[in-house]
Design a protein around this ligand. Structure first.
Ligand code: DAK
Length: 259
């Protein structure tokens, strides 16, 4: 079925797919259907052998201004429990291919959480990251208190979560929340450029490396090193590792096949 609230381009650039959130009048507020469409598109693209990297974006004015407050306003705790939005968010988190958020304008609440669920963030100068849920009587519910704190440290995250005050792109870059900040006209191209440089690598090595970096957030050092080691060994079972090292020795560019 054609999605209603997102646009999906599997080959926006060679081997790079694009998902664009497309509810511009509502600043891409994340209603349930939109989130399900994002999760379904990611699942599809994650299986597509022609796709190596995925870029997720909104538009210049807003990546996403949060979960849809109008849809959420009347819900009870039990409604929220039964809707189980977390299965959608968990599925997004399980995407195995590198996922880059290209963010301009508002990335607030669930919008900030969604871009932090991605592996890297390319921001435009106008990007504003924030967790303003406190201003509407609630708090982050899709990872904001955890991912923001890990990214920018306790003091600054606490301030943002308790005051709802957003952080601009330059400060986000200084804190390591985003990879780079570029002028508004360039953020999507810059995300594609980053995506293309990753798409040239072995997709097997990229997948195993992504898993290993992510593991560092979930475990202690000894276990993390053990996990890394197993994934490192596993790259030696790939044709890509043989090709990569042969290409180096033969002084030619490697051609990775994802096998
Ligand atoms: N929800 C619904 N509609 C929204 C919206 C939102 N989050 N943000 C903006 N809109 C709508 C506005 O209502 C307006 O629609 P009309 O009134 O024209 O029909 C339109 O978008 C344009 O917005 P504004 O007129 O307000 O535009 P301004 O430039 O004046 O202001 C703004 C832009 C971003 C500062 C403002 O719209 C704003 O403060 N928006 C709300 C930001 C916010 O509070 N976000 C956090 C929402 S709570 C979970 C997963 C996720 C979450 C929770 C649970 N689970 C997995 C369980 C996440 C929760 C949240 O994100």
């Amino acid at each position: 079925m054609t999605p209603e609230f997102i646009l999906v381009t599997p080959q926006a650039r060679p081997q790079v797919a694009l998902i664009q959130l497309n509810r511009p009048k509502e600043l891409n507020a994340l209603n349930l259907q939109l989130m399900q469409e994002v999760a379904a598109a990611l699942k599809e693209l994650d299986k597509d052998p022609e796709v190596r990297v995925i870029v997720l974006t909104g538009n210049e004015r807003a990546f996403a201004a949060g979960a849809d407050i109008k849809q959420m306003a009347g819900r009870t705790a039990i409604d929220m429990l039964l809707i189980d939005q977390f299965s959608t968010w968990d599925q997004i988190r399980r995407t195995t291919k590198p996922l880059i958020a290209a963010v301009s304008g508002f990335a607030l609440g669930g919008g900030c959480e969604l871009c932090m669920t991605c592996d890297m963030i390319v921001a435009s100068e106008t990007a504003k990251f924030g967790q303003p849920e406190i201003r509407i009587g609630t708090m982050p519910g899709a990872g904001g208190t955890q991912r923001l704190t890990r990214a920018i440290g306790k003091a600054r995250a606490m301030e943002m979560v308790l005051t709802g005050e957003p952080m601009g792109a330059d400060e986000a870059a200084r804190h390591g929340l985003v990879n780079r900040v570029v002028p508004v006209g360039q953020y999507l191209e810059e995300a594609f450029r980053l995506a293309a440089s990753i798409a040239k690598m072995s997709p097997i090595a990229a997948r195993l490396a992504k898993e290993s970096v992510n593991r560092s957030f979930e475990t202690h050092l000894d276990e993390g090193l053990h996990f890394e080691r197993k994934n490192f060994y596993m790259t030696f079972a790939s044709e890509d590792q043989k090709e990569g090292m042969a290409a180096f020795v033969e002084k030619r560019p490697a051609e990775f096949k994802g096998r």
